[in-house]
Design a protein around this ligand. Sequence first.
Ligand code: KIV
Length: 272
Amino acid sequence: MSTYTEDRRKVTTHRLTEMKQRGEKIAMLTAYDYSMARLIDEAGMDVILVGDSASNVMAGNMTTLPITLDQMIYHAKSVIKGVKRALVVCDLPFGSYQGNSKEALASAIRIMKESHAEAVKMEGGSEIRESIERVLCAGIPVMGHLGLTPQSINKFGTYAVRAKEEAEAQKLIEDAKMLEQIGCFALVLEKIPAALATKVAQEISIPVIGIGAGGGVDGQVLVMHDMLGINKGFSPRFLRRYADLSTIINDAVAHYIDDVKTRDFPNDKEQY
Ligand code: KIV
């Protein structure tokens, strides 16, 4: 179905830059396990993010804060085994890089060594510059993340749109330029006004991937459970649902229960 699945070459950070340069949009989606990562990769996804949203959609937590580095490594290890083409980026979880740059480097090295992910994502701007620089110095590609940064939810107090006010918008632009300048290969902008996101994408040379940031950026990312309709309790304006898997799964499971109860399953051909 996709027109982009013909190109089976491995996606690298360098190829993402080339995609931005030639105006080809970048598709990114989260995955947390082997089977879904394999399907998503086979469909032609450019970037698979092992997001710390695993804390919400896999572990049932209210926020991304509780997930640990060990748990992120477990998810990333499973994803990597299912992926042949997409670039696999793994989130550094809350508490694994904010303390100091040495801690950030140790966490990023664990992700790269133990999971074989190909890059890490870190939330924040000037506050964590030193940590990002230290990780970059070790040859580990870093994807930045500005705007709504869910690991700071307790500071924000809400998941509302960020950077609507001039001062916050200005800081975001400065942070984006700083992340480009120190060597991040890409940047996620979450839930900010579309005009601001477009301006950032035009002013920096690295690919800008948006979530709730409008269509003027270089690519889009969504959380897999949200776009497949597995998690129907979450419906922000920016979310487009491509499937209603919760209904499909619910119907299939109810059908199975019914077949067991009515002795329809297994039939003569479904046994030895
Ligand atoms: O953890 C995650 O899924 C993310 C995306 C929302 C960008 O960071």
